[in-house]
Design a protein around this ligand. Structure first.
Ligand SMILES: [Fe+2]
Length: 187
C-alpha cells in the first residue's frame, strides 16, 4: 500500500479547516521537531510527523474579554480528545492504514495531560515525541497558535517533510506493529 502523504492529508478541506484554526505554522514546525526526534529515538517518522502535524486539530479558543482564560481551559478543554477523533476520522477517510491511524490518534490524544484528572500519563515513545515536539514549539501565552506562515512556504515545508520521511523509510526498515521502532539502528 502506498504511503498516505502529508500533502494528501493537508489537501483535504477538513485538515485545512482544523489545522489552520490551530495554527498552520505551529503544526508544521511541531512536525519538523517530531521528524528530528523520531530520527534520534528510532521511532517511525511517518507516524511521528503525521501525529505532530495533526496534534492540535481539536484546538478551541478559551477567551474571555480578549484574554486567554486558563481557568476555563483547565475546567472545560478537551482539545486532545476532539483532535484524536478528528485526526482518526480524517485518516480513515483518506485510506490510511487502520493500524497507523490508531497509533496517530493515540499520539494526538496523549500529547497533553491537561484533560487527565491526576495529570499522570505513561507515554509510548511515539506519544512522547509528539508531546516533546509540541513543547519545543510553544510560546508564552499560547502565541504559537497565531504565528503566521505564507501558504506557498507552508506547502514547500509540507513537501519537504514528505521527502524527508520517504528518504528515511528508504534507508531504514521500521516495524509495523506495536509501537513502531526502527529495526536496525544507524551506524
Ligand atoms: Fe500544540
Amino acid at each position: 500500500m502506498a504511503r498516505l502523504t502529508l500533502a494528501e492529508i493537508y489537501s483535504h478541506p477538513v485538515a485545512q479547516k482544523f489545522v489552520n484554526r490551530a495554527g498552520l505554522a505551529h503544526s508544521i514546525s511541531t512536525a519538523f521537531h517530531a521528524f528530528r526526534l523520531a530520527k534520534e529515538r528510532g521511532v517511525h517518522p511517518d507516524l511521528a510527523v503525521k501525529a505532530a502535524f495533526l496534534h492540535d486539530m481539536g484546538h478551541y479558543q478559551w477567551y474571555n474579554n480578549g484574554e486567554w482564560d486558563y481557568e476555563q481551559y483547565r475546567l472545560h478543554d478537551i482539545h486532545a480528545i476532539k483532535g484524536a477523533e478528528r485526526a482518526h476520522k480524517l485518516l480513515i477517510r483518506l485510506g490510511e492504514d487502520r493500524f497507523k491511524a490508531k497509533q496517530i490518534a493515540l499520539a494526538v490524544l496523549f500529547h497533553t495531560n491537561s484533560f487527565i484528572p491526576d495529570g499522570q500519563v505513561n507515554r509510548t515513545p511515539l506519544q512522547q515525541i509528539v508531546a516533546d515536539a509540541d513543547e519545543a514549539d510553544e510560546e508564552p501565552g499560547g502565541n504559537h497558535h497565531y504565528r503566521k506562515i505564507n501558504i506557498s512556504k507552508a506547502w514547500r515545508k509540507i513537501h519537504e517533510l514528505d521527502k524527508k520521511i520517504e528518504e528515511e523509510l528508504a534507508q531504514f526498515p521500521y516495524e509495523n506493529t506495536g509501537d513502531e521502532q526502527r529495526l536496525k539502528t544507524p551506524d
